[in-house]
Design a protein around this ligand. Sequence first.
Ligand code: CA
Length: 235
Amino acid sequence: MAVKGKILIIEDDRAICSFMRRVLEANGYETLNASTGREAISMLASHCPDLAILDLGLPDMDGMEVLTDLRRWSLMPVVVVSARTDEREKVSALDAGADDYITKPFGTSELLARIRTAIRHTRTTSGNSSIARSNRFSAKGLVIDYDKYRAYINGSDANLTQNEFKLVALLGRYAGRVLTYDYLIREIWGPNKAYDNQILRVNMANIRRKIEKNPAEPQYIFTEVGVGYRMIEGD
Ligand code: CA
């Protein structure tokens, strides 16, 4: 199997680390491990991995410090592992430059999906590569046509308003990745509306009514409670 990339696992918990190594190596990745923040900082610089998985609770320092240090010199994708359910922590990790996060305990397919998405988004400068080729995003019957500025669901126009389309279009460009509430609000409504989540919630409710079969159990746009929204990965 061709090596898909080198991943540095920054994690002090041996059981979780060996679980991740097993999964990643079985799926064609080469892995390295650092179990302290200090070791991580030096290995990031000396090995330049394709991606780092970063546990926030390290024995010698907060994982956020490792991230902040890395972001001074590299845009290497980082997926943060958080044991805590603290949403603010996830938001601050994303704001500090993490590409995504995963909450313990997590399963194999979730881990692999986060890694695929994070690596893909750094390899294509303008977001999703299939969009760059065709100017369309499609996933399970949802089609976003970036030229026509329309979204279709199973072939028929979803009749989204302009702002609803902008939201769906943005989530589609970063499909598979969580976009924070603040980021979405700033991108669609500008900096003055920041921290006004209500406008976003209302728009999302309308979008779901138009595209989801059952808005209470969305299959296209998922809510990451307290953090943001995530579009399903494209076909
Ligand atoms: Ca830990």
